[in-house]
Design a protein around this ligand. Structure first.
Ligand code: FAD
Length: 241
């Protein structure tokens, strides 16, 4: 287990991904290196005695920096703190934290990653880690749900990964599609309905509680999966103040 530690880092890069999301890279100033597992998060100090959790979306071997995806929509103290940072500004944080990681006790079956919104962030880290670093041969399915197509980003990158890794299957789906959308429609849970599921499958769910609760309900009640086959992380409520 990696012990969480206090860290400082400075904002090194930023880009607005679309109206709803931004990408931020922070370079560590102290300590010089962060050792984390793909899927973990950090607590960032966003005010006096106020912390917010943000998952790392980047490959875990990039030890001297970390990257996050920020959903601007909650627009509270955490979002505004990060949004107002300038290049070179220093932040205080604590980490790595969290259990949303691919673990040996989850077996060696297929991996199903289901995300809504910025819940894709830790699952992106897991995808890159599994495909590029671990060079897994396991089948890896990534379902990413959004309300409409304008909320998606990095679709070309995911599609390139699909071309490079035949065991990777990327399924973006939207609940409120416009006519130009030619891919999957509906909630991420709907995409599981036609699939044959196996006792060796493991599911990683990240995002809003509604998606997580309805997917657990569907998998366990309707498809007979054991809860030990599912690992979750909810993004909605602040993890600590
Ligand atoms: C383990 C964990 C990992 C997380 N990782 C990320 C991440 O990678 N990227 C990211 O953008 N956020 C992430 N979050 C959410 C993040 O920690 C904050 O809760 C979020 O940024 C809102 O903080 P705030 O201070 O701006 O809003 P607050 O002042 O806390 O809340 C403002 C309003 O928005 C609502 N709200 C709070 N959070 C959300 C949300 N996620 N979606 C919709 N409404 C919300 C509140 O109920 C309130 O009405 C994560 C949360 C957890 C628990």
């Amino acid at each position: 287990m990696i012990i969480p530690q206090k860290m400082t880092a400075k904002l090194a890069d930023f880009s607005k991904l679309n109206q709803r999301y931004g990408w931020y890279r922070f370079d560590l100033t102290s300590p010089a290196q962060l050792h984390n597992q793909a899927g973990q998060y950090l607590m960032i100090e966003v005010g006096e005695n106020t912390m917010r959790a943000y998952s790392m979306c980047d490959r875990p071997d990039l030890d001297s920096s970390f990257e996050i995806i920020l959903d601007y929509r909650p627009n509270g103290i955490g979002v505004n703190y990060i949004r107002n940072l300038k290049f070179g500004d220093q932040i205080n944080c604590l980490g790595p934290l969290g259990q949303l990681c691919v673990a040996p006790e989850h077996g060696d079956g297929r991996l199903f990653l289901l995300a809504t919104g910025s819940g894709m962030s830790p699952l992106h880290a897991i995808t890159i880690d599994q495909l590029q670093l671990q060079q897994t041969r396991r089948e890896l399915y990534f379902f990413w749900g959004a309300n409409n197509s304008s909320e998606f980003f990095w679709l070309d990158d995911f599609q390139d990964l699909q071309k490079s890794f035949p065991n990777f299957h990327f399924i973006p789906t939207i609940s409120d599609p416009d006519d130009s959308w030619t891919l999957e429609r509906g909630y991420v849970t709907d995409q599981l309905r036609g699939l044959e599921l196996l006792p060796s499958d493991h599911f990683y769910l990240c995002g809003n509680p509604a998606m997580i609760n309805s997917t657990i309900d569907y998998l366990c009640r309707e498809r007979g999966l054991d809860k030990t086959q599912i690992t979750t992380e909810q993004f909605s409520a602040p993890a600590s103040r």
